[in-house]
Design a protein around this ligand. Structure first.
Ligand code: FAD
Length: 289
C-alpha cells in the first residue's frame, strides 16, 4: 500500500525544523531513518500531513564522548554504533546491542534517537539506555528539556515528548572508570525483533557493585526496568548467589504475553537465563569488548 499524501520538508537547521513542526500543530512528524515511520505510513497506521526530514540538520550531530559519558546525536545510525570503538568496555551494553538490531539495511538508516522516539516495547535501545542510565535531550517550542530515560517511556509507542519536540541527542551518563555490560537477545531469525532481550550494566566501586542496571525487551508494555534486581546487586559482591537472586527478580519483573514468538512462561525463563548469563559475563570480565 502507498502512504497517504503528505508535504515533505528538508530543513537544514534545527530552528527551521521546529518552525515547521510548530506550524503543523501536531500534524507533522519528524523523519529520521524512516525505518519505523515509513512502514507505519504504508500501512496507513500513521498519516501525518507533513514529514520534517532532519537528515540534513547536521547540528544534531552523531556519536561523541562527552565528560566521561557519551552524546549520541540524533543523526547517529545503528551502524555507527556497531562500528564505534567507543562502545566497548564501560559502554559494552551499547556495543553488544547495535549489531543485533534487525539487518544491515535497517542498521544503515535507522537511528538510536528515532528508536527511542518510536518507543516500541520491542525496541532494543530502550532497554540498553534504561540499563546504562541516560537522558534524552529534546528541543521544542519552549526551549531545550532533559528527560531522564526512566521517565521517558510512558506506554507502548508513547513517550514524554510533545508533538513538536525534536530529540536532539541521548546522553549516556558517565558510568565511572570500572564498569561493564552486555546485551543478550533471543530472536527467531536474524533481523527479527526480540522474543526477549536483557540489557545488563554494572559499575563497580571498591570491588563491589556500585550501580547496576538491568532492563528487559519484549516482555512488557514498555521496556522494563528490573528495579528489584538492580537493588539486590547494588553494594553486593557479584557472586553466584547474588547473580542468581538478581536473575530471579528480573524474571519476576517481566510481564510477558503469549504470542507467536513464545509463551509467557518461556519468555520469563529466557529473561532469567539471560540475566544470569549477562551478569556472569560482567563478573568474569567477558562483557562486550
Ligand atoms: C524490518 C525491520 C526490523 C526491525 N528490527 C528491529 C529490532 O530488531 N530492534 C529494534 O530495536 N528495532 C528494529 N527495527 C526498528 C528500527 O530500529 C528503526 O530504525 C527505529 O525504530 C526507528 O528509527 P528511525 O531513525 O528509522 O526513525 P523513523 O522511522 O524516522 O521515526 C520513527 C518515529 O520516531 C520519530 N522520530 C525520529 N527521530 C526523531 C527525533 N530526532 N525527534 C523526535 N522524534 C523523532 C518519528 O517522528 C517517528 O514517529 C526494525 C525495523 C524494520 C523495518
Amino acid at each position: 500500500m502507498y502512504p497517504a499524501s503528505f508535504e515533505y520538508f528538508a530543513p537544514t537547521t534545527l530552528d527551521e525544523a521546529l518552525e515547521i513542526l510548530g506550524r503543523y500543530d501536531g500534524e507533522a512528524k519528524v523523519l529520521a531513518g524512516g525505518q519505523s515511520l515509513i512502514p507505519l505510513m504504508k500501512l496507513r497506521f500513521a498519516s501525518p500531513s507533513a514529514l520534517v526530514d532532519v537528515n540534513g540538520v547536521f547540528e544534531l550531530g552523531t556519536l561523541t564522548e562527552e565528560g566521561g559519558g557519551l552524546r549520541i546525536g540524533a543523526l547517529t545510525r545503528h551502524k555507527a554504533c556497531e562500528r564505534s570503538e567507543l562502545l566497548r568496555g564501560r559502554f559494552g551494553a551499547l556495543g553488544a546491542a547495535a549489531p543485533q538490531i534487525s539487518d544491515p539495511i535497517v542498521r544503515n538508516l535507522g537511528t538510536v534517537c528515532g528508536s527511542l522516539a518510536h518507543a516500541d516495547p520491542q525496541g532494543d535501545w530502550g532497554s540498553v539506555m534504561l540499563a546504562v542510565g541516560a537522558d534524552v535531550e529534546a528541543r521544542g517550542p519552549d526551549g531545550t528539556r532533559t528527560i531522564p530515560i526512566e521517565d521517558f517511556f510512558q506506554g507502548p509507542f508513547t513517550t514524554a515528548l510533545e508533538p513538536a519536540d525534536v530529540i536532539t541527542a541521548v546522553r549516556v551518563r558517565d558510568p565511572g572508570a570500572s564498569a561493564g555490560g552486555t546485551y543478550l537477545k533471543l530472536e527467531r531469525k536474524i533481523g527479527d525483533f526480540a522474543t526477549a532481550g536483557v540489557a545488563v550494566h554494572v559499575s563497580f566501586a571498591n570491588g563491589t557493585v556500585g550501580r547496576a542496571g538491568i532492563a528487559l525487551t519484549g516482555v512488557g508494555a514498555t521496556n522494563v526496568k528490573a528495579t528489584a534486581a538492580e537493588n539486590v546487586l547494588a553494594g553486593a559482591k557479584l557472586d553466584d548467589g547474588t547473580i542468581k537472586e538478581a536473575a530471579r527478580l528480573a524474571a519476576e519483573a517481566a510481564e510477558p504475553r503469549d504470542d507467536l514468538r513464545g509463551t509467557a512462561e518461556y519468555k520469563r525463563n529466557v529473561v532469567r537465563v539471560f540475566t544470569e548469563r549477562g551478569l556472569r559475563a560482567v563478573a568474569e570480565g567477558r562483557s562486550h569488548d
